[in-house]
Design a protein around this ligand. Sequence first.
Ligand code: DMJ
Length: 622
Amino acid sequence: MNGAEMSLNRVYARAFGSQRYRTPYRNIALLAVLLLAVYGLYYSWKWDMPSLFPDDQNQTIRVPSHERARRVKQAFLHAYHGYERYAAPSDELLPLTNDKINNFNGWGLTIFDSLDTMLLMGLQEEFDRALPFVEQANFSISENVYAPYFETVIRYLGGLLSAYALSKNPMLLRRADELASKLDPIFNTPIGMPLFSVNPTTGETRGPEIGILAEIASLQMEYSYLAKLTGKKEYFERADAVIKTLANARLDETGGMFPIGWNLTSGQPADYRLSMGAQADSAHEYLLKHHLLTGKTDKASLEMYIRMTTFMITNLLYVSPNRHLLYVTDTGNVPMQKGKARPTRIFEHLSCFLPGLLALGAHTLPLDRLQEELNIHLLALGNTSSFGKAGYGYEVLAKYDLKQLHLWAAEGLAQTCWLTYADQPTGLGPDEIVFTAGENQKIWDGTRWKNEFEVYPWIESVEKWRRSGSRGPAPGVADKLPVVYSQEERLSGKPRGRDYALFKSQYLLRPETVESLYILWRTTGNKKWRDRGWSIFEAIERHTKTASGYASLLSVDSLMPKAPKENSMPSYFLAETLKYLYLLFLDEDPLPLDKWVFNTEAHPFPIFEWTEKEREMFRIDY
Ligand code: DMJ
């Protein structure tokens, strides 16, 4: 008997008593342990039990990334084949009834929105089958029906341009050019800002005088890239008019931040509503992305991006009272009080693009050397007469390392976005939640949590944490375990412990959270973001799959007996959600972030620079 066997025997002897009983009990015990282990492994594989570890590290071992990417590709094929079979060339599939709907012009929206995902996934057959539909789409609609301009640009035009960039098929560029010229009457307004909708056949336009920020200021990427590809000055001018209008607006009432409502005649703000979510999101997104797309030459957009993020961090960012979840919120239509915007404490799924945007900015911009490298003076941005009330915010941030601060906000927000998924019995995130407010609101004073009493507690907290040299996670970004309420807790109507309540409980197959997980994975290399994306994908498979595609959910917190589905599969599920998930698990990176920029519908465009000739021809002054 060797030493190890002797000590094992000693353990058994202690556990099972005398020598007499040792052998039979030992064998039975060993067998039982073995059976239990096999059963446990099978059970957790079959039911995909949440890991004991916050980041589901066991899943990484179980499913390698190339297999994850393959499974996402299968999901795309399932959705697209269902669309092809029951709905093409209408706009979208109705995945519960195997029916179709024309909700965006009737030109085959899902085809246009899916082209570049097919190319990235290597689905040549599907792509080849799609091309004749793209070539034949007539880009016209019946009288008295109007194409919503914003959606048409980000989905159809963006899809065509991106598919062109990846395939170099000239038909795609020709169609993009044709579509943009048919939409052009939309700009027949006093200062060249787009109205809400246009009939591309008659050229008639429709829309109120007060435009919505996201809808009037999310075209710069598409039009600049189109100008680059076609050499047509008019496309450059469309983008430039938007940039100039935004840059020249008087924003003293909103602290330098763009509100949602805009007067399309004067080009000035028309209300006080501030948001990073619905009706505002992509306008904020295009500030950074247009700067990056044009090889960092559009400095006006960069300045606006720095101003926007400075305001957002100092006014719209909060932390929840008990779990210390970082979130970004909106304000109602009321003027700022004492220089501070009043929060609604609503946190939208749509805002979950923001962690990705902040991480992209921290990764690509010299945020810690703005003054030296870009001649951007933070204090000057805040102290001009146009944004008087923002002064204090800029003063606060001017002292700090902006790169660190943006990354901190990115990681904290991404964690909250992910937790809103992991907290639900379905593992899928609600469309809107509302956070607990009031006296319980906590701040971190460097050593402990205290009640909120300062205007900008968070920035101070992070800076104190940084100065303290702490090795632990910064306030608001430590990894947290999900809080899943039991059925009894939900039925009792008074569950506690999450720091928020569901406000709109649908899951609409939206991309924003997985988009941010993807950007965080690429920019930080931390595989926890990948693992969280995998949990989300598994939940999508488990709860939203139908015989012909994938369906939105009416509610993320009900499993009675199954999560209730809605008869809708938006095209952005194929264009964005599945594309970002696929890229998240791909080991090689086909779209390095210093060479490609995604439009707001996840259509990648290659970064370019204006030539001297183009600068002269287009009269580029940035
Ligand atoms: C997408 O169509 C785009 O990302 C848009 O900018 C807003 N959100 C939807 C999907 O949620």
